[in-house]
Write a protein that binds this ligand. Structure first.
Ligand SMILES: [Zn+2]
Length: 207
């Protein structure tokens, strides 16, 4: 059990998935008869992409990820089938379905906009946890998918994993979210969700 949050966003007959960490069968059951338009990946860690290969194979949908983290998704496994980020190997062994390297179809940059059923979702580059971590923000729905950048209770993502950077994270926390209103809900990559009004009080770096 990974304890990663996977999100399914749906509108009538269409949907997209955020961070399919594991259990492609469970995610497929939730998708049911809807069209899976794309899968959005917040960053390259195995606990957020473990079901990516199986879902892409089943639905033949596009995979969206940041252009910076994409190489680490496309070459998550080396020729021996081991994780190139070796701390991910334990997760790889625990996955419920086959994993192979996945091609990223759309490589996203800061401020890119994704249209989903007429609703605009903006990509926000949030380096720190990984160099290419991205959040997905909808002003219309007043929600942010935060990956492992922001967590409930004033916490933020670890910067001591491979390619993490504390300075980048502090820059991100101070600058990346300034235009997002206090009312915006935060859907985190792990644990419970939060709201900017609360995090701006608890997180020492957030403006
Ligand atoms: Zn992570």
């Amino acid at each position: 059990m990974l304890h990663t949050n996977c999100y399914l966003v749906s509108s009538d007959n269409n949907c997209f998935v955020v961070d399919p960490g594991d259990d492609a069968d469970l995610i497929s059951r939730k998708i049911a008869n809807k069209n899976l338009d794309f899968i959005f990946v917040t960053h390259c860690h195995m606990d957020h992409i473990g079901a990516l290969y199986a879902l892409k194979k089943k639905y033949d949908c596009d995979v969206f990820a940041s252009e910076i983290d994409s190489p680490f998704i496309e070459s998550a496994l080396n020729a021996d089938g081991k994780c190139t980020q070796h701390i991910d190997n334990a997760i790889l062994l625990s996955l419920k379905q086959e994993f192979q390297n996945v091609k990223v179809d759309k490589k996203l940059k800061d401020k890119d906009v994704i249209d989903f059923c007429g609703e605009k979702f903006e990509v926000i580059l949030t380096p720190g946890h990984t160099p290419g971590s991205i959040c997905l923000y909808s002003s219309g729905q007043d929600i942010l998918f935060a990956g492992d950048t922001l967590f409930d209770g004033g916490l933020y993502g670890r910067c001591d994993l491979m390619r993490g950077c504390e300075q980048d994270m502090i820059w991100t926390l101070k600058n990346a979210f300034v235009n997002i209103p206090d009312s915006c809900k935060i859907f985190c990559g792990h644990n419970t969700s939060s709201i900017f009004a609360k995090e701006r009080i608890l997180n020492q770096f957030l403006n």
